[in-house]
Design a protein around this ligand. Structure first.
Ligand SMILES: C[S@@+](CC[C@H](N)C(=O)[O-])C[C@H]1O[C@@H](n2cnc3c(N)ncnc32)[C@H](O)[C@@H]1O
Length: 168
């Protein structure tokens, strides 16, 4: 089993270095021989650096939804009641900015059908929040498709407003 867990600072778009909690594999080859790995960091980086082509049976993805909300982790008291303590978990607000533009350009430069589709989206979505969200999702879905075995399945939990674009 290969688990990808988010890194709390992801929304800052800082390229992540795997934290000490993450097992750092000496090479991509190790993925095929070692199981039950937990990676902690930006999934794009983890996928690109550590996961071989057609090596994954099942992908379940619960990504940000572009819900325009901030999410907190709520703690419970010892008796089970809700504590007033909470920490900020992640922001789910996407906007067209320099990072979104770079992500878009990178995917378009790769050419092919995904690039064509992203260019087509941009002709009617323009530089919107949804376009920024799709620019973040597209390279990750490309990587997830790459690592999926021909017999594999991908389950993507997403918002109905974005699902139609993500399917394409
Ligand atoms: C809708 S929440 C999923 C929550 C998760 N299912 C859970 O129960 O904890 C989306 C999660 O994706 C994480 N995330 C956002 N961008 C990410 C990335 N590039 N790589 C890995 N995780 C990311 C966020 O930090 C957030 O925790």
């Amino acid at each position: 089993m290969l688990l990808l867990r988010p890194c709390p600072s992801l929304h800052d778009r800082v390229p992540s270095t795997l934290t000490p909690r993450a097992p750092v594999l000496p090479s991509t080859q190790s993925v095929t021989t070692e199981k039950n790995k937990l990676y902690y960091g930006d999934n794009l980086e983890v996928l690109r650096l550590h996961v071989k082509d057609e090596s994954v049976d099942l992908v379940y993805l619960d990504p940000p939804f572009n819900s325009r909300q901030d999410y907190n982790v709520l703690f419970a008291e010892k008796d089970g009641s809700q504590s007033s303590s909470q920490i900020h978990a992640f922001e789910d607000t996407w906007e067209w900015n320099i990072d979104a533009m770079r992500a878009y350009e990178q995917i378009v430069e790769q050419g092919g059908r995904v690039a064509d589709t992203m260019r087509a989206f941009k002709t009617f979505l323009f530089n919107t929040d949804m376009m920024a969200y799709l620019a973040m999702m597209a390279p990750r879905l490309v990587e997830l498709r790459r690592v999926l075995k021909p017999t594999g399945s991908i389950y993507l939990h997403c918002d109905p407003a974005a699902g139609h674009y993500l399917k394409i």
